[in-house]
Structure formats: structure tokens, C-alpha cells
Design a binder for this molecule. Structure first.
Ligand code: B1H
Length: 831
């Protein structure tokens, strides 16, 4: 027996004195600095290491317990984990925020300033990646054994700046100063094959097998970060894979004197995990993207099989010990890869392997947009994954046979359901592979799950209605309330206790306090203070001074035509036009705050950003407006800024065309922090309105089924423009170059698109939106009414905790349970 590890107190103590000692210890021994030459970055690193140390006893206790008892474990496979900064969240979940703040203060530093030093790991595009991050927080808090598996992109989502009103993309060098939260596990590296061909061979018993002779291999190296549950011992692992060359040098090339050629191979391998694709809901069909997807899926499945075997079990029990969730189709190749690993590497018969596979996987669909449905050209797919194509053909043959039996004589249905699209150029349909290989398929809000069954996945629904279900999204209250909004957290906890932090429906206990005028005053004072903070951020980042006494009207999300940021612009121009033409005696002071990134190749979205900034330039500087309207575009909206934006918002804009936004999750973050929503009947807006009640929600616009009918009966947006004088005046201002110094070309693509096509029905929803915004203004003028409504929005947002979503996945889909972990005393932990 090895001797027990004696942990130094400096690694575990959570007293002020102990934390101060730990801080200096890391400043000296990790950073190699002393106060006279140390900078803020060093202090951040020192503190980060001290905090990471405090996760380790829990992390090791959790892994030790899971290793010994082999409980059923969730593997959340996602190409994106949009974590945001780790430090603040870890302080909250470890329950040491206040003590650390005090320790840091006594050292003469400011915790907030240290927190600002962290480069946020922006390893995701938007809602889908952030959902994965909220889910792993809730999994750990629920004490469910789980891994998050993904890609350690060297460059995350690009850094956005605005130049002359246009978006400019810069690289996101988030690893520049190192990442104190991760531990590299070189010893658990795996090999991933790519390209080449397959061969048949006979084993000693004369049985036929297939061997894949790849063109190249790359190594996958795992980097682990602790995911600490809130005030529990359970600490799970986020395991992200980095691609490296299998051999540092190709020796034959090296010997031929081609040193640089050999090094070049290394560079090529490492390109695999270089950068996140920034497209968000549009596929590009790039070879490197398919390689990324296969790479992290293969690494993760090999890793799970290694763990399974290390726990003393055979592959035939894999499905009893792992539940794997596919976060959209990005990891859907996992269905074919698990089959390959079971059949080719573990010599399992097809039927047994298929049973295990389909009992292991479940699939979440996140969008109905046709441009986001992943399909890979067959020749490209075959070139990179020849063995997987054979396996997919076999899956397809067996599947189509089942279809033939269920729906005899229905040939067009076979073509629609096939895993291979043969209508023109041939493609592999990843959503079909995910559906066939999964036992459960879910959408992310009630409406979305219904539309999936009626529309994109209709044929699969008719084949297997029992596979379909809904799990409405949620967000973690630890990051999105406790960490982001400490003022509100304090008031709420003083009023109803702290139980709401892990049981969000308890917020309903706030309801009676909506009638208490002193409580309303405190509530409003908190919103005011948060707005002061947000105004300071806006001034710092845009140079525009905005008044916290104006209404903060916020629209932050990725820029997309379907999300209709340009509809909000039409509203701003309407107000501006009214002011200029003296048609409104008094307009409520409003600050319009926009934020969000456009995909670098999405011309129309980039033009929408230019339009927002162009309108802002005119409106903000027009003296006739008397500061009644301000329009700002906060550059580089990300998790860090979100933590300041959601708590400081009065009005949450959720104005997508009905039927297009699968769920939305920003809508939930706003509501819990007391913003009122103006929104359409889309995604989770519908459920938010159900919860907060219609009288506390500003609803406008056509419903999804009305949208369907309008389009079916031949929509003519120009007719609306012709008859609506105010709309016409607004569009004409853009069209005649008023916001572009007379240049009538810049915004022509937007104007032409709206007048002649308007696929997202801005003109059809315009009047309804404007009328609703007028009601918003009238309501906001009654400060007391607004405060009541704000309290009720927060009090009734309990459903939108990701703890509820995770409880549903755990019970209905994964069939996993909590495994409480007892913190092992230091002396009982053996290396
Ligand atoms: C969502 C995506 C997405 N849906 C492809 N789909 C991507 C698709 O890089 N890609 O290829 C990236 C992202 N993201 C969002 O998911 C939905 O639009 C939101 O409505 C939803 O709330 C969120 C989480 O479910």
C-alpha cells in the first residue's frame, strides 16, 4: 500500500488566512513572481490555482467513488461548450465567494478586477453551446455522474469589433496566458483514423471481419476541467480533446532530409482542433468540420469504452452504464462509430451491437431551419470515413426494410426516410442517422417539439411516435442569477431563504411581496444599480453615455434574419420619425441596446449590424431628439457581458418570426432577472407567457400557424408598405439614404428583400409590434405597475432552471440517478 497523501492545508483551507497563504504560495511557486514585479494577470493566475486546488479534493473523491461503484453515467456530446469564465462560478459553487473576496481585499486587491482578467473560453456560437454549459452545471448540482465531451478549440468564437459600423472579426486567443482550470491527461490520449480504405480478413476461426486501413492517424489528447456542483461534493469532468500528431516526426521523411516536410505533418494534424466554425445554424459542408466532428466523437467513445473496461465490465453491458446525449447532429457520427468499435474492434455480432447502440443514444434537435440540417456529400464522406459509410449503408438497408414492412408500397416514403439523400447529388443525412440510432428524440420547447413531429421529422414520427418527446430548455440560476446579479440574490434570499438557488420554483414565494411597496422600492433600486453598472460598460465599450433613468430595451443574441433585429430597427426609426415630425408630444426615454455576432460569411446579417450602427449614429447625435432615444451596439457580446446585460435590462426583446426560434434561452435569463418580455408566440416565449400570465407579457405578431397560412396564400409585403403610411415613411428613410449620408446602395439589399420577399414577415408583423411597443411605453411610465410586473416575471420563472430540464432528461431519457458523494478526508485519499 502506498503511503497516504498528506495534503498541505494550503491546498484545502477555506479560511481567510488559509486562502491568503495559498494565494501567495501560488504567486511564488506557480507564477514565480513576488508583489514588486507581479501584475494583475499574475494575481489572477495565483488565485485561479488556489481555487482549482479547492476543487480537487471533491473532484478526486467523485472520481474515486464513481470508479469504485460504476454508476450509470451521462455523456453529453457537444461540439460546443460555451462555458464563460470559470473562476466566479467556481467560487459560487464551492461556497467560498465571500471569504475569497475578503481574503483578496486584505491582500489589497479587488476581486472584481481579478475576475475581469480571465479570458472567457468562448468555445461555442450561441444558445446551443451555452445550453451544454448550463446542463453540465445542473448535472453536477444534481449529483449525477456525467462527462461533458467536446473539442478544445485553440481559437473559440471570433472576437468582434465594430469599425465604421461594420463587424470586423479578430482571432480569439483565449489560451494566450494559459488555462489554469485544465489538466492535460497525456496518458489517456487515443488514436483516431482518417481516410484510406477497408479490407476484409478471416480470423483463426474462419470468420470474416473488416479492417480499416487509414490514410493517416491523429492523436487525441484530453484536457480535463472540474465541473463543481453547487454546494455538493460531486465534481464532474469536462473533457475536451486536442488533436496532435501521432509521431512528432515522420522518420522516413526525416531521414530523407525533409525535416520541414515532416514537421508540416504535425502542423496539419494540429489544424483539426484549431478553430471553432463560427456559422451558427448554417452548414458549410467543409471537410475539416467533418473531421472535427468525427475526431471528438471517436476520442470520446474510445474513452468511455476504456473507462468501462477499467471498471471491470465487458462491452456487452455498455448501454447499462452509459447514456449518451447527442447535442444536435454535430456528434451524430457517433452512431456509426460505436457500431464500428463494437463490431470491428470488439468482434461483436451486428444485432447485439445495434441493440447496445440504440439503447445508448438519444438525440436533441435544436432547429427547424433547413440551412442548419447537416448533410455530407457522399464522396467527401467516403474519402474521410470509408468504413462508416459501409456501416451506414448496412444500417440503412435494415432500416428501410422495416419501413417497407410498416408502410407497404410507399416508395416515396422510403426515399424521404433514407439515410442517403439521392434526389440529386448524393448526401449522408446526419439527422436521419441520429433518429435511427437513438431511442429518444427531443425538441427544446413545446412548440418546437410539436413542429418537429409535423414538419422536419414527420416521417420519423410516423415510423416511431413513441421515440418523440419534449424537454424545454432551462438555464442555470447559479451563473445567471447568483453570480450575475448579487444584489437581487441578496434581496431574494433575505426574503424567502436560499432554497430557490437549487429549487427555482421556490421563487414563487416572492409573489405576495409584489404587493409590498417597500419591497417594490428595493426591487427597483436594485434594477437601477444594475443599470448604472451596465451604463458604465456601455460607455467603456462604445463611448456612448446612456442614462440609467431611460428604459433599457435590450436585444442580444446572434444576428440572424429570422431573429429580426431589423424589426427592432424599424421600431426605432418609427419613434425617431414621430419625434422629428412633432407627432409625439412626449416620448419615453429609451436606450436600445443591441449585441450579437454575425457569421463572417453571412452578408445580410453583417448589413443588419451596419444598419443598427448607422441608425444609432444619426439618432444619438440629433439634437431634436433631446436624448430621448439612444441606440448602442455593444461589441463582442459574450457570456461575460451577458452577466452584466441581463440584470440591467428593463425590456427583453424576443421578436423572432413564430415557428423559427426553437426555444431561446436568453429570454429565460432576462425573465428571471426581472425584465419584461415583448415577444412573439415562438419557442419558449410561449411557455414563459404561460408561466408569468398573459397580463405580464407583451405579446405581438402572427402565430406559427398564421405564418404558415400567410405564406401559403401568397404573401406580398409591398402591399403592406403601400397601405401603411408610417411604415412607408420608415422604409423610405432607409431607402433614400437618410442613414447612409445619401448613399442609396448600402442598405438596398435589406430594403429590396423586405419589399419583395420578406421571408421572415417583418412587414406583416410591423403594425402589431409598433402597437405593442406603445403599450410597453405606457406601462413603463407607471413605475409601480412595472415593478409589480417585474417581480412577478422573476417569481414565476422557476420552470426555466436547467435543473428542471436535467431532472426530466435524467428520469425520462437517461434513466440515471443521483449518486451522493461524501468528501473523503484527505488522509483517506490514496494516490
Ligand atoms: C441552435 C443551433 C446551431 N439551434 C448549427 N441550432 C451550428 C446549429 O455551428 N453550427 O453548425 C451551431 C448552432 N443553435 C439554438 O439552440 C436555437 O436557435 C435556440 O433557439 C435554442 O435555444 C438553442 C438551445 O437549444
Amino acid at each position: 500500500n502506498p503511503p497516504p497523501v498528506i495534503f498541505e492545508d494550503d491546498r484545502t483551507s477555506v479560511t481567510t488566512e488559509g486562502l491568503k497563504r495559498a494565494f501567495y504560495d501560488h504567486l511564488f511557486y506557480t507564477q514565480g513572481k513576488f508583489p514588486e514585479i507581479a501584475g494583475l494577470g499574475d494575481y489572477y493566475q495565483a488565485l485561479a490555482h488556489a481555487v482549482r486546488d479547492r476543487t480537487l479534493q471533491r473532484w478526486i473523491s467523485s472520481v474515486a467513488d464513481h470508479t469504485a461503484t460504476a454508476p450509470k453515467t451521462v455523456a453529453y456530446l457537444s461540439a460546443e461548450f460555451l462555458m464563460g469564465p470559470h473562476m466566479g462560478n467556481n467560487l459560487i459553487n464551492l461556497g467560498i465567494y465571500d471569504t475569497v473576496k475578503k481574503a483578496v481585499q486584505e491582500i489589497g486587491l479587488d476581486l472584481n478586477e481579478l475576475l475581469r482578467q480571465e479570458e472567457e473560453p468562448g468555445l461555442g456560437n450561441g444558445g446551443l453551446g451555452r445550453l451544454a454549459a448550463c446542463f453540465i452545471d445542473s448535472l453536477a448540482t444534481a449529483e449525477i455522474p456525467a462527462f461533458g465531451y467536446g473539442i478544445r478549440y485553440e481559437y473559440g468564437i471570433f472576437y468582434q469589433t465594430i469599425m465604421d459600423g461594420w463587424q470586423v472579426e479578430n482571432t480569439d486567443k483565449w489560451l494566450r496566458h494559459g488555462n489554469p482550470w485544465e489538466i492535460q491527461r497525456a496518458e489517456w490520449a487515443v488514436e483516431v483514423k482518417l481516410g484510406g480504405h477497408t479490407e476484409q480478413y478471416q480470423d483463426d476461426l474462419g470468420r470474416l471481419h473488416v479492417r480499416w486501413a487509414p490514410e493517416k492517424t491523429v492523436a487525441g489528447v484530453p484536457f480535463d476541467s472540474p465541473i463543481v456542483g453547487y454546494k455538493v461534493t460531486t465534481t464532474n469532468t469536462l473533457r475536451l480533446w486536442r488533436a496532435e500528431a501521432t509521431e512528432a516526426f515522420d522518420f522516413s521523411q526525416f531521414n530523407r532530409g525533409d525535416y520541414l516536410g515532416a514537421v508540416d505533418k504535425k502542423v496539419t494534424s494540429e489544424n483539426l482542433t484549431k478553430a471553432l466554425y463560427p456559422n451558427d445554424e448554417t452548414v458549410q459542408g467543409k471537410e475539416l468540420r467533418l473531421e472535427q466532428q468525427y475526431f471528438f466523437v471517436s476520442c470520446s467513445l474510445q474513452d468511455m469504452l476504456r473507462i468501462h473496461k477499467a471498471r471491470g465490465m465487458e462491452p456487452d453491458t455498455f448501454d447499462q452504464k452509459f447514456a449518451i446525449q447527442l447535442n444536435d447532429t454535430h456528434p451524430a457520427i457517433a452512431v456509426a462509430e460505436l457500431m464500428r468499435l463494437l463490431i470491428d474492434d470488439n468482434m461483436m455480432p451486428w444485432d447485439q451491437a445495434w441493440g447496445i447502440t440504440t439503447r445508448t443514444f438519444s438525440y436533441t434537435n435544436h432547429t427547424l431551419l433547413p440551412e442548419a440540417l447537416e448533410r455530407w456529400p457522399l464522396d467527401l464522406f467516403k474519402r474521410i470515413l470509408p468504413r462508416h459509410l459501409e456501416i451506414i449503408y448496412e444500417i440503412n438497408a435494415r432500416f428501410l426494410n422495416d419501413v417497407r414492412i410498416k408502410f407497404l408500397g410507399d416508395d416515396s416514403r422510403l426515399a424521404r426516410l433514407s439515410l442517403i439523400d439521392e434526389s440529386g447529388e448524393r448526401y449522408v443525412r446526419m439527422a436521419h442517422l441520429a433518429c435511427v440510432g437513438s431511442h429518444t428524440i427531443n425538441g427544446v420547447a413545446e412548440l418546437h417539439s410539436e413542429l418537429l413531429k409535423q414538419d422536419v421529422l414527420k416521417d420519423f414520427y410516423e415510423m416511431w411516435p413513441e421515440k418523440f418527446t419534449n424537454v424545454t430548455n432551462g438555464v442555470t440560476p447559479r451563473r445567471w442569477m447568483v453570480l450575475s446579479n448579487p444584489r437581487l440574490t441578496k434581496l431574494v434570499s433575505e426574503t424567502i431563504g436560499e432554497g430557490w438557488i437549487t429549487d427555482l420554483p421556490q421563487l414563487s414565494k416572492l409573489e405576495p411581496h409584489a404587493e409590498d411597496s417597500a419591497f417594490r422600492d428595493s426591487w427597483r433600486a436594485i434594477k437601477r444599480a444594475n443599470k448604472v453598472d451596465l451604463a458604465a460598460l456601455i460607455l467603456r465599450r462604445t463611448g456612448v453615455a446612456v442614462s440609467p433613468d431611460s428604459m433599457f430595451d435590450v436585444l442580444v443574441k446572434r444576428i440572424h434574419e429570422y431573429k429580426r433585429q431589423h424589426l427592432a430597427v424599424l421600431h426605432i426609426i418609427t419613434l425617431y420619425h414621430r419625434l422629428k415630425s412633432g407627432r409625439s408630444a412626449y416620448t419615453l426615454p429609451r436606450t436600445f441596446i443591441f449585441g450579437g455576432k454575425a457569421a463572417p460569411g453571412y452578408t445580410m446579417a453583417k448589413l443588419m449590424i451596419k444598419l443598427i450602427n448607422a441608425v444609432g449614429d444619426v439618432v444619438n447625435n440629433d439634437r431634436d431628439v433631446h436624448d430621448l432615444l439612444k441606440v448602442v451596439f455593444l461589441p463582442n457580446f459574450n457570456v461575460t457581458y451577458g452577466q452584466c446585460v441581463y440584470p440591467g435590462a428593463d425590456l427583453s426583446e424576443q421578436i423572432s418570426l413564430a415557428g423559427k426560434e426553437a426555444s431561446g434561452t436568453g429570454n429565460m435569463k432576462f425573465a428571471m432577472n426581472g425584465a419584461l418580455t415583448i415577444g412573439t408566440m415562438d419557442g419558449a416565449n410561449i411557455e414563459i407567457r404561460d408561466q408569468v400570465k398573459a397580463e405580464n407579457f407583451f405579446l405581438f405578431g402572427h402565430t406559427a400557424s398564421e405564418v404558415h397560412d400567410i405564406k401559403a396564400s401568397g404573401y406580398r409585403p409591398r402591399d403592406i408598405y403601400e397601405v401603411n403610411a408610417e411604415l412607408r415613411a420608415v422604409v423610405d428613410l432607409i431607402q433614400t439614404g437618410f442613414f447612409s449620408r445619401g448613399d442609396t446602395d448600402v442598405f438596398k439589399p435589406i430594403v429590396d428583400n423586405l419589399l419583395d420577399h420578406d421571408p421572415y414577415l417583418l412587414l406583416a408583423d410591423y403594425q402589431s409590434y409598433i402597437d405593442c411597443q406603445d403599450v410597453v411605453s405606457d406601462t413603463y411610465r407607471e413605475a409601480d405597475t412595472w415593478a409589480r410586473m417585474s417581480i412577478l416575471n422573476s417569481a414565476r420563472s422557476g420552470k426555466f432552471s436547467s435543473d428542471r430540464s436535467i431532472a426530466e432528461y435524467a428520469k425520462n431519457i437517461w434513466k440515471v440517478e443521483a449518486v451522493p458523494i461524501t468528501l473523503k478526508p484527505e488522509k483517506e485519499l490514496y494516490m
